[in-house]
Write a protein that binds this ligand. Structure first.
Ligand code: KG4
Ligand code: ZN
Length: 353
């Protein structure tokens, strides 16, 4: 597809527990990408999975199958699309990483639509979606490269060097738990509901960040890898000791001290990568990018550094899983004519960036 052509992309995202469909107009090419979100419908299954304390893949699959046709109708209506075959340029679908049974539901649904509407298909990467999310902010277009992206979600924690859209080098990632996963596990220890990230950060707001001294794993190591499982265990032991000794304590202090430990590590490594690779900007995306403390500390750190680096945060309404981000990532593939054969689409649980 031509680089100067305005495209209308219908995107489908079912990698985890959100069924999402979006319609996005895209133009401007690689250098000045512009997106207009016409519809961005997200149906969350959180309530259904909450009693299990995490996402149950087969439950997610069943719900996606039930939701997809309903959400498609809503998205088309919201975007005022009367004739999809004529008005949509391409269909994008997340093929990984994610839960395989969940991914397949979006793929099978896409295959039916692609055949019926005779439209080209783009296989999208969920993490590339999180990476490009800041572009969905109407004020952001020309991103200064190279950029360092910190991608923090429930399944991933990665630092990525981005030389241009589509050119990604993963500099480091978590060797065990993802940052969001650590938030969710600590929330469970504190008997907070799932998903725990927003709950922990809510308690942390009024907690003492110096109340407990938790480790900052791998902070001193020169690489860009992360490890959060030791930090999670430290919280577990702390809670066990407090309970055994019948010492009264504030959950808010635990939450605040834990949150700052995670953020210290995320920030230090991101800023170090930005300096080493002479990044002109920093991107933060993924579910944990909703964390208010991470956002404000990153803003302060970039300002204090006085290097003139721009900071692009995923818009708060789109940090979590959604299909608008999938449409935005797919645009870059469409203008490079990187299409997939709908018959050959496959789910890849561990699809790399
Ligand atoms: O990107 P996302 O919606 O789904 C995945 O791709 O995994 O990320 C979900 C993760 C969950 O672990 C959730 O607890 C975490 O993001 N999260 C947060 C906050 N909001 C969501 N973690 C910390 N603070 C938050 N405010
Ligand atoms: Zn995600």
């Amino acid at each position: 597809m031509a680089k100067d052509q305005e495209l209308t992309i219908l995107a489908i995202e079912t990698s985890c527990d959100e069924t999402a469909i979006a319609v996005v107009d895209a133009s401007g090419g690689l250098l000045l990408p512009k997106f207009r979100v016409r519809a961005n419908i997200v149906s969350s299954q959180i309530k259904m999975h909450a009693p299990y304390g995490g996402v149950v893949p087969n439950l997610a699959k069943r719900e996606h199958i039930r939701n997809l046709p309903i959400i498609l109708k809503q998205a088309l209506r919201k975007a005022s699309i009367g004739n999809p075959q004529k008005e949509i340029s391409a269909i994008a679908v997340t093929t990984g990483p994610g839960l395989e049974p969940a991914l397949w539901t979006g793929i099978t649904f896409t295959q039916k639509l692609a055949e019926e509407w005779r439209l080209p298909v783009i296989a999208a990467n969920h993490m590339e979606g999180h990476l490009v999310t800041p572009l969905l902010n109407a004020r952001v277009s020309k991103v200064a490269f190279p950029t360092i992206a910190l991608l923090v979600s429930g399944g991933h924690t990665q630092i990525v060097l981005v030389k241009k859209w589509g050119d990604y080098t993963v500099l480091g990632e978590t060797v065990d738990d993802a940052a969001g996963e650590a938030f969710d596990k600590v929330a469970r220890m504190l008997e907070l509901p799932y998903p725990g990230g927003p709950e922990v950060s809510r308690l942390a707001r009024t907690g003492n960040r110096y109340g407990f001294s938790f480790p900052r794993p791998m902070l001193q190591q020169k690489n860009y890898n992360f490890s959060f499982s030791g930090l999670k265990t430290a919280v577990l032991y702390q809670l066990r000791d407090l309970t055994e000794q019948k010492t009264p304590f504030s959950k808010n202090d635990i939450a605040a001290s834990f949150e700052d430990a995670v953020i210290d590590v995320l920030m230090t490594k991101t800023m170090r990568a930005a300096a080493e690779y002479k990044a002109r900007s920093i991107i933060i995306g993924g579910g944990v990018a909703a964390n208010a403390r991470l956002r404000s500390r990153m803003r302060d750190a970039v300002k204090k550094e006085k290097q003139g680096r721009a900071l692009y945060l995923a818009p708060l309404s789109m940090t979590g899983d959604n299909a608008a981000m999938i449409a935005a990532s797919a645009y870059f593939h469409a203008i490079s004519n990187d299409f997939a054969s709908w018959k050959k689409l496959e789910a890849h649980a561990n699809l790399p960036l």
